[in-house]
Design a protein around this ligand. Structure first.
Ligand code: BGC
Length: 915
């Protein structure tokens, strides 16, 4: 976050909002109501909500009369009829404050299943009251294990070796069902459900939801998420049936690349509790228990995340999930009581859904095979509408890229087979997509279809699947390749936010690698509404922290190797802090503070005289390492010490933000001690000594503020020399790359950062684009036109880490950054440079939409910007605003460093300056 500059603050009342507001406010009785009511990390009217101590947020409307809030009142009740005057749960009363986000609920304790209704009103800057907002609502899920009467059920699936699986054996998918009769009419019905594995549930033959692979992926030995569905409309009077398909998923499937980690897990199980409220007020429950029946003889014969799915239509069991079916030949399931040690908690972020349908753009016909090209590397599954003959087996293969000779490149999937099969039981067009697997692909190859039919591209559609979040920002510029980079960043995000943040979506990994997450989190928040996603994953990080404070390499931890890595484990301090800067919500700090402290203490325990001995992956995948190692040339001890200092500092800042002064002093002193030790040990007069001198060693020292004032200029000089030595190219890996723009920006080297970003040659962002990248690659040269595929087996073509630069594109190229946590004060300070002639971004902040859009014509810089209500902005223009006549609605308040700066109120503005 940029520092506040000491400019001369003048608040202009020239915004058209105020002018118009003053002239008309007396005539209107009521000002517009608050909008966008949300609870906790941005939930809108959630069902099965997880949070019994929520926070409330709202946005002020865009209105001539509303610049800011002077007070609010929230009323909360157990029925909408009690609002606004008889709130039985909480009445905040009028609070004189401008706080409109993250207001803590302070009413009566809330219980599982409880329905909660709330409304807010605010007073504007003239202390005029708004109307009451619309009533918002949430319904709590089952908050504790004691709410569950159901049992875990499933068949005793032996691990078998079946077609499609590697040497590794799998649990066959199961079909589970239960018929039940109701003597009464149902008024409302809730299905609480989860699995150790993944499920798809139906009632009376109808799919209850379009969720993909619920409940999602958590440290299952600690916590399994539960989901609530409103199934009132699915229940019929009389006879009913619940049916569920259950597969191994992340729980009991193949995960992690070392065999031992998946060989011994528990068999998949389902847990569900249907709670019915009858029209006469009576209650009934249908529970998963030993009365259920099950079979593994259904059409999904095989399903594995890495390997794909096999469906045989000959095994279809028509109407198996309706009343017109006899389950006499099915087995009785085993039932197991729930245990206290595994917490059952409502899912606290959105499920995965099929979000986008991508049509195939072209098709290559080979002998007996067809290859469909989506012209976009994507993640999800193919939807197949393919003509087949009875008895044929359609083989569906995936690839991220074709080899130059047109064949499938699948080496980078490593042991993941990513292959689906469909066997037809009759002639005709099938309509099928795999259910319990996902793939990373741009190409689909089909064989085994009816060759008498002329093929067409609409046989295959790419179903793009990711956690169900919305776009949160946009970025576009005058430069085609920069726009392609933005698109690649967004596709990297879509591809790697499949319930947890993954390193890559295609090979035999897809794990929550912590450094990848740490470097990409800020860029993700600009592009998508992912606060809930990160808050949820951070809970998994807390649950995965080792007893000694160490943080595992991946979360959930499926590697079970008790190993840590500097820059990886620091995800636990960096992500909460970066999210706090962009949301202003202290809950994320509060929730993670203990974890941060324990991690810093762990850092200390593996250091001597503050110099770290923590090893790890170091500056992973630094290009052109002199030592030829994936871990790069930067000293491991230097990296460990730098992250020790950085995490101590972030923990100190967190303590300060939370008002914990003692902890602040402790961790701040620790940071200073480590910083001093770092400089003494690794630097002399700003120059790296004894260990190898790399771009990343300078970047770490400078970005984390570990170099004393008098040596900073020298350190910068040496950094620039290292960059110049590399012909003005980066030589940074996973840890160093995101610090490049931070340091070069902070030290005024924006021209150089532009140069690095716009470099066309290896290694650079545009280099990959020049080789055809439509996502961010694991290596700058994962593929090149001259040399083909990188020979390293570890070669993902969808690896979001280097997309971290998206943060700088929003903050500096377009120029939207928080000056205060959560954008209460916003900095609009674009940095235009050749070759751009325009750039434009918009971002949904907690206060509303901010935008910054600039263009340069005939040497004149023109900026349009929108500042949302209840915030203020400081706008900094390049060049001289005075030089331009009728430049804007606001006159410059100050000129510093040749730039014009303005303090502005909410509204829309146009500024101009002479470059
Ligand atoms: C993953 C990463 C991860 C790295 C750690 C790789 O296999 O894909 O992105 O951070 O291992 O070394």
């Amino acid at each position: 976050m940029p520092k506040k500059s000491n400019l001369f603050y003048v608040v202009f009342s020239m915004s058209c909002f105020i002018v118009l507001g003053l002239s008309s406010y007396k005539e209107e009785q009521n000002i517009k109501a608050a909008e966008n009511l949300r609870v906790s990390e941005g939930f809108e009217n959630p069902l099965g909500f997880y949070d019994a101590t929520p926070t409330f947020s709202w946005k002020l409307p865009i209105s001539e009369r509303v610049l800011s809030q002077s007070a609010y009142q929230i009323v909360v009740a157990s029925s909408p009829d009690l609002l606004p005057n008889h709130a039985d749960l909480w009445d905040s009363s009028k609070q004189m404050t401008d706080q409109s986000v993250w207001v803590k609920y302070q009413g009566k304790p809330l219980q599982s299943r409880q329905n909660v209704y709330w409304q807010v009103k605010y007073w504007n800057q003239y202390e005029e009251a708004s109307k009451w907002s619309k009533v918002s609502h949430f319904e709590l899920g089952l908050l504790s294990n004691s709410d569950w009467k159901a049992k875990w059920i499933g068949l005793n699936t032996k691990k078998e070796k079946v077609m499609g699986s590697q040497d590794n054996i799998i649990h066959r998918p199961q079909y589970l069902r239960k018929g039940f009769e109701l003597s009464n009419e149902v008024a409302s019905a809730r299905l609480y459900i989860t699995a150790k594995g993944v499920f798809d549930v139906s009632i009376n033959g109808q799919d209850v939801s379009d969720d993909v692979m619920p409940p999602g992926y958590t440290p299952y030995q600690e916590r399994v998420e539960t989901i609530t569905y409103d199934v009132t409309d699915f229940i019929e009077s009389g006879q009913n049936v619940i049916g569920a398909e259950l597969a191994a998923g992340w729980h009991s499937g193949r995960l992690g690349w070392m065999k031992s980690y998946w060989s011994d897990t528990e068999t998949p199980k389902l847990l569900c509790q249907l709670e019915l409220t009858m029209t006469d007020g009576s209650k009934e429950m249908i529970l998963s228990d030993e009365t259920w029946k099950g079979t593994t003889k259904g059409p999904i014969r095989f399903s594995e995340i890495y390997d794909g799915e096999t469906y045989d239509a000959n095994f279809e069991m028509p109407d198996w999930n309706t009343n017109n079916f006899s389950d006499k030949t099915w087995e009785n399931v085993n039932a197991f009581p729930i245990v206290e040690s595994i917490r059952l908690e409502p899912k606290r972020h959105t499920t995965v859904k099929s979000k986008i349908e991508l049509p195939a753009k072209s098709m290559i016909k080979n002998d007996g095979t067809l290859i469909f090209d989506f012209e976009q590397n994507m993640v999800g599954v193919p939807l197949l509408k393919v003509p087949m003959k009875k008895g044929q087996t359609l083989k569906i293969r995936c690839a991220e890229k074709l080899s130059p000779d047109g064949t499938f490149y699948t080496e980078n999937y490593r042991s993941a087979e990513s292959t689906n099969h469909y066997t037809a039981s009759e002639d005709g067009i099938i309509d099928w997509m795999p259910k319990f697997t996902f793939h990373g692909f741009q190409y689909i190859e089909l064989s085994g279809f009816d060759t008498s039919v002329e093929p067409s591209t609409d046989w295959v559609t790419g179903m793009v699947q990711y956690s169900d979040f919305d776009e949160n920002g946009t970025f576009i510029s005058s430069h085609g390749k920069l726009n392609q980079l933005q698109s690649n960043i967004v596709w990297g995000l879509r591809g790697n936010f499949f319930d947890i943040p993954t390193d890559c979506p295609q090979r035999d990994e897809r794990m929550g690698w912590t450094a990848d997450a740490q470097v990409f989190a800020p860029a993700s928040i600009f592009n998508a509404d992912v606060y809930r996603f990160w808050a949820s994953w951070l809970q998994s990080v807390r649950e995965s922290q080792f007893e000694n404070g160490g943080i595992p390499w991946v979360v959930p931890d499926v590697l079970f190797n008790n190993k840590v890595s500097a820059g990886w484990g620091d995800a636990c301090t960096i992500i909460p802090w970066k999210i706090y800067l962009r949301t202003g919500d202290k809950t994320i700090l509060d929730d993670n503070f203990e974890m941060m402290k324990a991690w810093v203490d762990y850092h200390e325990s593996v250091s001597k005289n503050y110099i770290s001995k923590m090893g790890g992956f170091a500056d992973w995948l630094q290009p052109l390492p002199e030592n030829g190692d994936n871990k790069g040339d930067t000293s491991h001890s230097l990296i460990g010490t730098a992250f020790f200092a950085h995490s101590a500092r972030l923990t100190a800042k967190t303590a300060k933000a939370l008002g914990k002064i003692e902890a602040y002093e402790k961790y701040n002193a620790l940071y200073q001690n480590v910083a001093q030790a770092f400089e003494n040990h690794f630097f002399e007069n700003g120059k790296v000594k004894e260990v190898s001198e790399t771009q990343t060693s300078y970047l770490l020292g400078m970005a984390f503020d570990l170099i004393s004032e008098e040596n900073k200029a020298n350190a910068k000089k040496h950094l620039l020399e290292k960059i110049a030595e590399a012909d003005n190219h980066l030589r940074t890996g996973f840890l160093g790359t995101p610090l490049l723009y931070e340091v070069l920006d902070e030290t005024g080297e924006i021209d150089l950062m532009y140069q690095l970003l716009f470099n066309e040659t290896y290694p650079s962002w545009f280099y990959s684009i020049n080789q055809g990248a439509t996502t961010i690659w694991e290596r700058w040269n994962s593929y090149s036109k001259e040399e083909g595929f990188n020979p390293m087996k570890m070669n993902s073509l969808n690896h979001y880490a280097y997309g971290a630069v998206g943060e700088w594109m929003y903050e500096r190229i377009a120029g939207i950054a928080p000056l205060e946590a959560g954008y209460k004060t916003i900095r609009i300070a674009p940095e235009p440079r050749h070759p751009l002639t325009s750039a434009s971004a918009s971002l949904n902040t907690p206060y509303g939409k901010v935008s910054s859009s600039w263009e340069i014509k005939d040497g004149v810089f023109k900026l349009n910007t929108t500042i949302p209500p209840n915030s203020t902005a400081i706008v900094t223009l390049p060049g001289n605003a005075d030089a331009v006549e009728e430049s804007s609605q606001v006159k410059p308040s100050a000129n510093s460093n040749g730039k014009s700066e303005f303090v502005v109120q909410p509204g829309n503005y146009t500024f101009q300056s002479q470059l």
